[in-house]
Design a protein. Structure first.
Length: 386
């Protein structure tokens, strides 16, 4: 990370001839709890050691100047006239500026250079790292004293409203609340969290990227949401207190199974079981039972593949290859599905074998090798140098 920090610092000084504040803003992984967030359920993510470094300094006028090291592009805007850019990447920054202004926070312009090692499109939410880092930077530079949850909401609204992507809140929440060697069990209804230990030095978190763009993800995502809502409406006839699938026990669900459309039944059954798996997974972490934790991950993938039906041949291949290797505790698809990436927990001593075997099998199926990233659970967004 030191080399990355130095590159961003140098780029900032070259472009703006000033001394910056340096901020690290991480990507995130999600160990278990997929497609539960919009059902007001539970997720279990953590911040990673893959980060975006932002070098920032406040200005006395309304101009803002941005430089992206990764794209080697410069962009200039004005707080009184924010509009979407054809370059796309400035919108993640401008969107946060717009939210701060809409909510009446007293900010001025800023100079900013940023670059990182969070893979773009690699399933670790590089966009949330940029937005969370920007919200944190504005709060720090202009001494707004906002709490982390307020910054989280502003970053999410930036992506929803300015960028135009209807993401949930998990990515930004994890980006700003993460701690080293801790994962967060986030309650997506009440936006509260508890920390659980993730302290196995002999285990690696490995992300395997299919390299497949998620063409179907947005349209099928909306279909899944509607199917879950349909299940809730059916159960509300008998249980008026049910507001989302989070409120439904397996007993309640099974009592009325015969009334469900078969496809809607599968979708709802997966979500109810996945919430229970998150609860069990947290218990396994407290007990230090990594073997059982891995089994919950495997069950999660099976549910996503067979009941929620959001996996793909490529994702299944990566999971199946990983699962055949002794020393792999668990593996599953991570994210919306139809492409994207998998997450696996791998003993450090079999990491080379894992890379070799998973890459070989994937090459046979697709004609290309997957990008493989080994990550650690690290702190959320923070100031490195003031």
């Amino acid at each position: 990370m030191e080399r990355l920090i130095e590159s961003v610092r140098k780029a900032f000084k070259k472009k703006f001839n000033r001394q910056p504040v340096l901020i690290a803003s991480p990507g995130r992984i999600n160990l278990i709890g997929e497609h539960t967030d919009y059902n007001e359920g539970f997720v279990l993510p953590g911040a990673t050691d893959r980060v975006i470094i932002l070098a920032v300094a406040g200005r006395e006028d309304l101009r803002s100047r941005f430089y992206s090291l990764d794209f080697d592009q410069f962009f200039e805007t004005d707080l009184s006239h924010l509009k979407k850019s054809a370059l796309r990447w400035p919108d993640y920054l401008q969107g946060v500026l717009q939210q701060f202004l809409q909510f009446g926070y007293r900010i001025k312009g800023l100079d900013l250079a940023f670059g990182g090692n969070v893979p773009i499109g690699g399933g670790m939410s590089s966009s949330a790292a940029v937005e969370g880092g920007m919200a944190f930077a504005l709060n720090h530079l202009f001494q707004l004293n906002l709490d982390l949850l307020t910054m989280t909401r502003l970053a999410q609204k930036a992506e929803n409203e300015f960028v135009g992507v209807k993401c949930g809140i998990m990515d930004m929440y994890t980006n700003l609340h993460g701690l080293p060697k801790k994962v967060l069990k986030i309650d997506c209804r009440f936006l509260k969290h508890e920390y659980y230990p993730f302290e196995w030095d002999e285990v690696r978190v490995v992300i395997c990227d299919t390299g497949v763009r998620r063409e179907l993800a947005s349209s099928e995502y909306n279909v899944r949401r509607r199917q879950c809502e349909e299940g809730v409406r059916l159960l509300q006839k008998y249980y008026p207190e049910v507001k989302s699938l989070r409120d439904v026990s397996l007993e309640m669900f099974k009592e009325h199974s015969a009334e469900f459309d078969p496809v809607v039944w599968k979708r709802c059954h997966y979500v109810i079981k996945e919430n229970l798996r998150v609860e069990k997974a947290c218990k396994h972490l407290i007990e230090g039972d990594l073997k059982s934790f891995g089994l919950r991950m495997n069950e999660s993938h099976q549910g996503l593949r067979d009941e929620y039906e959001v996996s793909s041949a490529e994702l299944n291949q990566l999971v199946e290859s990983a699962s055949r290797i002794p020393g792999v505790f668990g593996s599953r698809m991570m994210g919306a599905g139809f492409g994207g990436c998998t997450i696996s927990l791998v003993e450090a001593e079999v990491l080379d074998l894992f890379r070799e075997k998973v890459s070989y099998d994937y090459l046979q199926l697709t004609g290309r090798k997957p990008a493989i990233h080994v990550v650690r659970i690290e702190a959320g967004t923070r100031v490195l140098e003031d």
